[in-house]
Ligand binder design. Structure first.
Ligand SMILES: Nc1nc2c(c(=O)[nH]1)N[C@H]1C(S)=C(S)[C@@H](COP(=O)(O)OP(=O)(O)OC[C@H]3O[C@@H](n4cnc5c(=O)[nH]c(N)nc54)[C@H](O)[C@@H]3O)O[C@H]1N2
Ligand SMILES: Nc1nc2c(c(=O)[nH]1)N[C@H]1C(S)=C(S)[C@@H](COP(=O)(O)OP(=O)(O)OC[C@H]3O[C@@H](n4cnc5c(=O)[nH]c(N)nc54)[C@H](O)[C@@H]3O)O[C@H]1N2
Ligand code: SF4
Ligand SMILES: [Mo]
Length: 721
């Protein structure tokens, strides 16, 4: 270990979007080992960490992670160790021959919201320039794409939270819709505890009484997939009770009349029938939300992962706009993003329709700007590609538009994609699959070539947390000799495919290019530097490079701004003066309730919803390799109400078969009054017979292309009869 890396290093947890600050100290007793220490000065988590963060260094250990490239020399054979040169040559050859035979769009790329901004940026550039392919998307499509689409429609800009988390304790009421943050972002719970200590109220909307719902002053437990009706019903009551903020609506919004008319068609008794939430609870929620001076609505995957997720989030935004709870201090709508870089991952070009800086591929001016930075003709940039599920569904298809070779970087769709058995089959049908990962995930096991990449504590790069705060991940330890960074992989592949230049391996060099590519875009990072991030505990985008043009919102917001200030301060709070739409007004969305793609029937009479548990992360690729976490959450289960269990004759722990139109999954019963009797819940962290995604419905939201992970119809039986 070098002297430079021997001291303690301030960095961030590798997992969720909270991006908790932590300090890593080398263990004197175990060479290469790291101890996690609290970093109380970092404002987001103030030292608190969940068990996943505390145990993250265990995945750095040699026995757990990949330390050498693997290749399948014989298609029906096993993965075998190989040199880097052989592995890279095979990937370059696989991608090249597919492109030559079937055209550039036969080569696909699937990325991840865990990748740093530098990696996501480089992956998008690599796909569009080196491969010349439009076929790139990423797992963030499965995550917050519906909230992103709704935010863009309503506000003209999509950033998870338009304010720092620290604003939460000072508002009057928060409606938390379909977030179980007590398990998914535990250190964030304290903001809500403080809110209540300060006299504010918390409303939780979740079909289950979760650990988060237990903290609420009011818990609404709708049927899965009915949040749209619920939000419209609340807006109806806002109108009926004369609680509309007419001045705000007139001055700062457009489209109210249509939205109002749509809400008026959702009267309380109808909404009670659709959602199962009693009218008195609807009235109580409206009172709690409207009475204080300021209030917020925050959504997470519950209302978003639906085939109407965009409209659903739109309905919650409408509620905020009608009551003047947006674009004002301590008020607003926000989405709690999910993955470590769920926010930045969608800003810099690994999404099918986007270029860096949140520019759109279909926009000619955007193409010209980015092509200029890349030193190419805008005409060479392909157009928008397919969304994540549509891309996975097209793999290995023997049709002119089939995708026959895939580079998979930082996702494990065999476990996490909807209709996973089908997706697994599509991956197996590919002519060529290359996977970059830190562990031999279930998806990596199917590959022709697996590249072992460096991990969070072994590398430097930026990530953007759920607040829009750009953070610096710092290298704390040397990687094993056999591992290389994702940036080094893309550099080496580009070189083999004829691009000697343009794909640097130094993250700061990539970041400087990203800054230029993002300059003038919606997600403008041009004024952000590694140095500033380090000095300021992160910088909130947009942060244009100075001089700050007079008349921009950020410049005018800052009382100390004299327009000759050497740096832009960043933008912790958005929309206070104007929304990011062309006319500066927020747009109401005229949305109406519609059923889920699949509602219960006689054959499939029960709702299935899916989600997470505290001790496992996502597909479990990393956390299932940590003893302490496995002990806490050893495997899948089916949560069901005692009344449903009694009907099935099921006792606690009995193996249950859950069957949908896509397939079957088997897991032990966990009987609890915390769930609606018409609904069962399964976490999705495991492969094998308990894989929840055997069941899920890939019905897509028409705007965001988000699959309906949160609701489908199933039958439940005792498995061993
Ligand atoms: N422990 C842990 N933490 C994580 C992750 C993890 O895998 N494990 N993943 C990270 C990522 S990428 C993400 S996206 C976030 C996700 O964070 P959350 O959104 O908090 O997680 P989920 O468990 O998917 O869903 C939240 C809740 O939605 C509820 N729900 C289900 N159906 C509906 C519905 O129709 N309407 C409503 N209103 N609610 C519904 C579920 O009961 C569940 O309690 O967590 C991040 N943090
Ligand atoms: N049923 C159901 N399914 C769901 C959801 C749900 O609520 N219900 N939620 C969806 C959501 S919100 C999400 S975000 C997805 C997530 O699902 P996945 O995309 O499968 O997410 P992870 O398990 O985090 O996979 C990340 C992979 O990348 C590897 N990795 C980590 N860091 C790096 C890196 O820097 N470089 C490289 N090359 N690899 C790295 C990890 O080891 C792991 O194998 O799941 C979705 N699937
Ligand atoms: S809450 Fe998220 S970022 Fe914080 S320690 Fe846990 S997994 Fe890591
Ligand atoms: Mo996510």
């Amino acid at each position: 270990m070098t002297a430079e890396t021997a001291a303690a290093t301030d960095t961030h947890c590798p997992y969720c979007a909270l991006q908790c600050g932590m300090r890593l100290r080398p263990l004197p007793t175990a060479p290469g080992g790291l101890e996690v220490e609290e970093r109380t000065a970092f404002p987001v988590n103030r030292g608190a960490l969940c068990g996943k963060g505390r145990t993250a260094p265990e995945v750095l250990a040699g026995g757990v992670r990949l330390t050498e490239p693997l290749v399948r020399r014989d298609r029906s054979g096993e993965l075998e160790p190989a040199t880097w040169d052989e592995a890279l040559d095979r990937i370059a050859a696989g991608l090249k021959s597919t492109r030559e035979t079937h055209g550039p769009d036969a080569v696909g790329v699937f990325g991840g919201g865990g990748l740093t901004n530098e990696k996501a940026y480089t992956l998008g550039k690599f796909t569009r320039l080196v491969l010349g392919s439009s076929q790139i998307d990423y797992n963030g499509r499965f995550c917050m794409s519906s909230a992103a689409a709704a935010g863009t429609r309503a506000f003209g800009l999509d950033r998870g939270l338009p304010f720092p988390l620290a604003d939460i304790p000072r508002t009057g009421c928060v409606i938390l819709v379909g977030s179980n943050l007590a398990e998914t972002m535990p250190p964030a719970l304290r903001y809500f505890t403080e809110l209540r200590e300060n006299g504010g109220t918390l409303i939780v909307v979740d079909p289950r009484r979760t650990r988060t719902a237990e903290q609420a002053d009011l818990h609404l437990a709708p049927r899965p997939g009915t949040d749209l009706a619920l939000a419209l019903g609340l807006l109806h009551l806002v109108v009926a009770e004369g609680r509309v903020d007419e001045a705000f609506v007139a001055e700062r919004t457009t489209g109210w009349e249509q939205a109002r008319a749509a809400a008026m068609a959702h009267w309380p008794e109808l909404v009670e029938r659709v959602t199962g939430v009693p009218v008195p609870q609807l009235r109580a929620a409206v009172r709690m939300f409207c009475e204080p001076e300021a209030a917020m609505v925050l959504t997470a995957r519950g209302p978003e992962q639906q085939s109407k997720g965009t409209d659903t989030v739109g309905a919650w935004i409408n509620l905020c706009l009608a009551t003047g709870r947006a674009g004002r201090p301590l008020s607003g709508y926000g989405c709690l993003t999910g993955q470590g870089n769920g926010q930045g991952g969608r800003e810099h070009g690994q999404k099918a329709d986007q270029l860096p800086g949140y520019r759109m591929l279909a926009d000619q001016a955007a193409r010209e700007h980015v092509a200029g930075v890349w030193g190419v003709d805008p005409e060479v940039l392909p157009g928008p590609g397919r969304s994540a599920y549509e891309l996975l569904d097209a793999l290995g298809r023997d049709t002119p538009d089939g995708v026959r070779a895939l580079l998979l970087m930082a996702s494990n769709p065999v476990v996490s994609a909807p209709r996973a058995a089908h997706v697994e089959e599509r991956l197996r049908a590919l002519d060529f699959l290359a996977v970059c990962d830190v562990v031999l995930s279930e998806s990596a096991r199917l590959a022709d070539v697996v590249l072992p990449v460096t991990q969070w504590a072994e590398e430097t790069g930026t990530l953007t947390n759920l607040e829009g705060r750009v953070l610096l991940r710092r290298k704390a330890v040397e990687p094993p000799a056999g591992c290389r960074s994702d940036l080094a992989v893309l550099n080496a592949l580009a070189a083999r495919l004829g691009w000697e230049k343009g794909f640097p391996t130094d993250p700061e060099e990539v970041f400087d290019e990203l800054r230029r590519a993002s300059a003038g875009g919606k997600a403008d990072y041009s004024g952000i530097t590694y140095r500033r991030i380090a000095d300021e505990d992160g910088v909130f985008w947009p942060c244009p490079e100075p001089p700050v043009p007079a008349g921009t919102a950020a410049a005018d917001d800052d009382p100390s701004n004299d327009h000759s200030a050497p740096v832009h301060p960043g933008t912790p709070r958005l929309f206070l003066d104007r929304f990011a739409t062309p006319d500066g007004r927020a747009r109401f969305m005229p949305v109406s309730h519609r059923p889920s793609a699949e509602e219960p029937t006689a054959d499939y009479p029960v709702y299935l919803t899916t989600g997470r548990v505290l001790a496992q992360y996502q597909s479990g690729a990393q956390t299932r390799r940590v003893g302490e976490l496995n002990a806490a959450a050893p495997g899948p289960f089916v949560q069901l109400h005692p009344r449903l269990a009694e009907r099935l004759g099921a006792a606690e722990g009995d193996r249950l078969a859950v069957i949908s139109r896509r397939g079957r999954a088997v897991a032990p019963a966990r009987i609890s009054t915390d769930i609606r009797p018409d609904t069962v819940f399964m976490p999705f962290h495991w492969p094998g017979e308990g894989r929840a995604n055997n069941l899920t419905n890939p019905a897509l939201d028409p705007t965001s292309r988000m699959p309906e992970f949160k609701v489908c119809a199933v039958r439940v039986e005792l498995a061993d009869q």
